[in-house]
Ligand binder design. Structure first.
Ligand SMILES: Cc1cc2nc3c(=O)[nH]c(=O)nc-3n(C[C@H](O)[C@H](O)[C@H](O)COP(=O)(O)OP(=O)(O)OC[C@H]3O[C@@H](n4cnc5c(N)ncnc54)[C@H](O)[C@@H]3O)c2cc1C
Length: 563
């Protein structure tokens, strides 16, 4: 179980006996590798120097998508692979992946006309193997405006309408790690690989890890070591003296969040920006808010907590105001924002948006296996390629044979419905149980949808912790979610809960501010923090809120922290 209270034990266990595979990085890439390898029977350890998904994997556009725009770049192989993956990710985790109808408006003089949009979407459906009922539909101008009346009317000819999937990237990552952990993988957050350990033949045999909480150092040995450090892949390769040839090109992407009452759009839209830079932006309604992005600019700083700048924010606002001319959004309308860094593989002479999103494995002379590039959507296939390589090497070196990848049919934690078709009925049944426990209909449904087949644990905590909820003056559902995050999702700080386990910092910042103090107090008691520690965690949370807040966005990003 991925409990906060098991961290020490897991680190001791990793250090106690050599592992088959050690993974550096607990973003979606490392998480996927941990699950695949554990399912195949390998003894696996994983650490992340921040929280799980604390890097890029909580800062994406939050879409499980085939990458329609890559068709423009003729990246047919990528579109075919990630397009097909969408259905698999959905099937194995319908509680964190929701089908989302996407509209592609067609304008006079735009990049694509009616014919090319229709053809492009048809090719997309074909490559991605989309089932019949979800295939693209072409709408007239009238039908388009009926679906989204706020769209610019001038020059509008119609639209293409197709399916993508919306996800919560940080929750998808944590559900993958929880499933791996339930199956025996040892995973610990806030533990940093500080050094690599080699034998006399200069072969990589282990890592030196420092627990950032206790400052204790561990030497962990493994037959194979995978570097899934996302934007830090090259930092680990440098340490291994193997950063030669291909290297990373980091690009920053920003999103902003606006209240749905201020921007009452009904429909997700994917559109050409109107400033002539030939880029495309998503605008997506979600939980009473609308979020929009992304930018794509070269980034050359240390990639911890990249910050959105006023320039990034204004670029997105201008694009929205160009496509939805009646809304007149200003910077005051931006409730929160986030920035992420893409770990892309450098391609000479290409602009950030043109660089391919394909993934690649680098194997160094010492044996370090690094994986870079790729997409959240394709995490399972990336993991398959890495674990195939690990299994082949272990076979060559020790003669042991491991089975082929099985994760296409492995449901993630919370996704054990026996197929996505049972999800809706399950949610309805659990909603009734929640109402019986005193939750409102909305609360019960939201919890059941979010936690899927793990909801029983949450409901148990609601029953058990009525007194605690009163003591901390917290809604019982919120207290139960924090308690669950402590016992099953390894949170170490209030930021972990508010930003990555619940997404409240991004999509419900007022509510997050309202409950910040009692949640911090509850965690302080559970984790036995001193007054000083409690104050520090409260300060850290306030800083996270301020960073997400538009009033704090600034072009002065010189003070990036290092861990
Ligand atoms: C703005 C933006 C929008 C995107 N939108 C989408 C989208 O909609 N759909 C999609 O499919 N993809 C999208 N992507 C791409 C996707 O988010 C990334 O490909 C993916 O999250 C990368 O995951 P990762 O695990 O490789 O890296 P990360 O999530 O960054 O994980 C790497 C981890 O390694 C850890 N680490 C580094 N060094 C060490 C060390 N020394 N010791 C221990 N741990 C270490 C870090 O702390 C980090 O958590 C988007 C990316 C961006 C930036």
């Amino acid at each position: 179980m991925l409990s906060t209270f098991n961290r020490n034990e897991y680190l001791e266990k990793m250090a106690g006996n050599p592992l088959d595979l050690f993974i550096i990085g607990g973003g979606i890439t490392g998480a996927g590798i941990a699950l695949d390898a554990t399912v195949r029977g390998l003894k696996v350890g994983l650490v992340d120097m921040q929280d799980f998904a604390g890097g890029t994997s909580s800062k994406s556009t939050k879409l499980v998508h085939g990458g329609l725009r890559y068709l423009k770049q003729f990246e047919v192989k990528i579109v075919a692979e990630v397009g097909k993956e969408r259905a698999i990710v959905y099937e194995n985790a319908p509680h964190v992946t929701t089908p989302e109808k996407m509209m592609l408006p067609i304008y006079k003089g735009g990049t694509f006309g009616r014919f090319s949009t229709s053809l492009g979407l048809k090719v997309y459906d074909f490559l991605a193997g989309v089932k019949k009922e979800e295939r693209r539909v072409m709408f007239s101008r009238k039908e388009t405006l009926a679906k989204e009346p706020l769209l610019k009317k001038e020059g509008l000819k119609g639209s293409g309408y197709y399916v993508e999937y919306r996800t919560d990237d940080a929750r998808l990552t944590i559900e993958v790690i929880k499933e791996a952990s339930d199956r025996g993988a040892l995973a610990v957050n806030y533990a940093k690989v500080e050094d690599l350990i080699y034998n006399q033949k200069k072969k990589l045999i282990g890592v030196r890890v420092v627990d950032r909480l206790t400052k204790k150092e561990y030497s962990i040995f493994a037959k194979k070591i995978v570097n899934a450090a996302g934007p830090w892949v090259d930092t680990i390769r440098e340490r291994d003296h193997s950063k030669k040839g291909k290297h990373l090109h980091l690009t920053k992407g920003v999103h902003i969040v606006i209240d749905g009452k201020r921007f009452p759009m009904k429909q997700s839209v994917y559109f050409d920006t109107t400033n002539g830079d030939k880029r495309m932006l998503f605008v997506i309604p979600r939980e009473g808010k609308v979020y929009a992005g992304t930018t794509d600019t070269t980034y050359s700083r240390w990639p911890i907590d990249p910050k959105p700048t006023a320039e990034d924010r204004d670029y997105i606002l201008d694009a929205i105001n160009g496509m939805f001319p009646s809304v007149h959004l200003t910077s005051d309308d931006v409730e929160s924002s986030w920035a992420g860094v893409r770990p892309l593989i450098q391609e000479e002479g290409k602009s950030p948006s043109e660089i391919s999103r394909k993934d690649e494995i680098f194997i160094s002379r010492s044996g370090l296996i690094s994986i870079a590039g790729g997409k959240l959507t394709g995490y399972r296939k990336m993991a398959e390629r890495v674990v195939d390589e690990v299994a082949a090497q272990l076979h060559r070196e020790g003669g042991k044979t491991y089975p082929a990848c099985r994760t296409a049919h492995i449901e993630l934690s919370g996704g054990h419905f026996g197929g996505s078709t049972h999800y809706a009925t399950y949610v309805q049944e659990q909603k009734q149980i929640g109402i019986g426990l005193g939750l409102t209909e909305k609360e019960a449904e939201e919890l059941a949808k979010k936690y899927g087949t793990n909801i029983g644990e949450l409901f148990g905590y609601i029953q058990m912790n009525q007194e605690e909820a009163k003591k901390y003056q917290l809604p019982p559902a919120l207290l139960a979610a924090v308690h669950y995050a402590l016992t099953h999702e390894m949170i170490l700080s209030p930021v972990d809960y508010f930003t990555r386990r619940s997404g409240m910092t991004l999509f419900s910042i007022q509510s997050a501010r309202k409950w910040a103090q009692p949640v911090t107090d509850y965690m302080a008691e559970q984790l036995q923090w001193s007054d000083q520690q409690t104050k520090e965690y409260a300060r850290e949370l306030e800083a996270a809120f301020n960073e997400a807040s538009p009033y704090e966005t600034t072009s002065d990003v010189s003070e990036t922290k290092r861990v």
